[in-house]
Design a binder for this molecule. Structure first.
Ligand SMILES: [Zn+2]
Length: 138
């Protein structure tokens, strides 16, 4: 108690944030980076999925099990939930869905992941302190 935050803990807590910002800046600074303003249009390729599958439904045989990839499975339920959340954000379906994606995958998911990381770092510091106490006993 009262030992303050160590340099090791600061580095461990700051590393994900610094790494994320560095990757973001790197990606945005690449010459090929462009902001997408519409869904890409591609032709159907019988050998693999393209944007055609995204935009019109996929006619390919799924390689993963249906409980994961089907409209009734995890994928479909996730999309349905994102549309549901999006409907509460915006009356425009596409905008609401897009904002729901950003909210879930760019705000909530990273926030929860980082919160769990802070717990791990805190528990690691506690374990190190406890081990140091045991090691110092006669
Ligand atoms: Zn496909």
């Amino acid at each position: 108690m009262g030992q303050g935050i160590t340099l090791r803990r600061r580095v461990l807590l700051g590393a994900p944030v610094v790494l994320l910002l560095a990757i973001f800046v790197y990606v945005v600074a690449t010459p090929s980076f462009t902001l997408r303003t519409h869904l890409p249009v591609e032709a159907l390729n019988p050998l693999r999925c393209t944007w055609f599958c995204h935009n019109h439904g996929c006619p390919h045989m799924a390689k993963l099990p249906a409980w994961l990839t089907s409209d009734a499975g995890l994928f479909g339920q996730t999309i349905k939930a994102l549309y549901g959340l999006g409907a509460s954000i915006s009356k425009t379906r596409g905008i609401g869905y897009g904002l729901a994606n950003l909210l879930v995958y760019c705000v909530l998911w990273p926030t929860v992941t980082y919160a769990l990381w802070t717990v791990v770092v805190g528990q690691g510091a506690t374990l190190r302190r406890e081990r140091a106490k045991k090691g110092s006993r006669p």
